[in-house]
Design a protein around this ligand. Structure first.
Ligand SMILES: [Zn+2]
Length: 167
């Protein structure tokens, strides 16, 4: 059983209609979110949990991204959403990279500056996940938004955005 929280902007009505919807009803619905209760096969549940752990995001965020993705792809292809979700569940591993981008967005999105630093502790590149050894050169991404889970952002030289990418 999953508690799937979806945003409910007007153009997402289609999403809501595809699933059994339980509107929380009370005045708290001003949050414009609804809780969907749905059953998933045990195999899919394990896959979802594993994938969510791997991406370090809550399962509900992952499921939301999957649903949004499934609906937009199904729309584009004139496919039915259920079919798309089944295909999706099968290809979960292949979808992983695309999902990861979608769920995590750009890890450098909030960075306003990079500072060249020498690492005193080992770190990991926020982009390519290369291990950055202690004593080596890295680039510290400065941000003023608190980031859940990863408070510091380092990138290797190869992943340092160029001027073209920064705009
Ligand atoms: Zn890198």
């Amino acid at each position: 059983m999953y508690h799937v929280v979806t945003r409910n902007p007007a153009d997402d009505e289609q999403t809501i209609d595809e699933e059994q919807t339980i509107d929380e009803g009370d005045s708290a619905s001003s949050k414009k979110e609804r809780v969907l209760h749905t059953r998933v096969p045990a195999v899919l549940e394990r896959e979802l949990k594993r994938l969510a752990e791997g991406l370090r995001v809550p399962v509900s965020n992952l499921v939301r991204a999957m649903l949004e993705d499934a609906v937009s792809v199904a729309d584009a292809a004139g496919e039915n959403v259920e079919q798309r979700l089944k295909t999706f569940a099968k290809g979960l591993e292949e979808e992983r990279d695309r999902l990861k981008k979608r769920v995590q967005r750009d890890p450098l999105a909030d960075v306003f500056a990079f500072q060249s630093v020498k690492l005193a502790l080992p770190a990991t590149c926020a982009k390519c996940e290369t291990k950055l050894e202690r004593g080596t050169h890295a680039n510290l991404g400065l941000t003023d938004k608190p980031r859940p889970g990863a408070s510091r952002i380092f990138v290797c030289d190869a992943c340092l955005p160029t001027d073209e990418e920064a705009t």
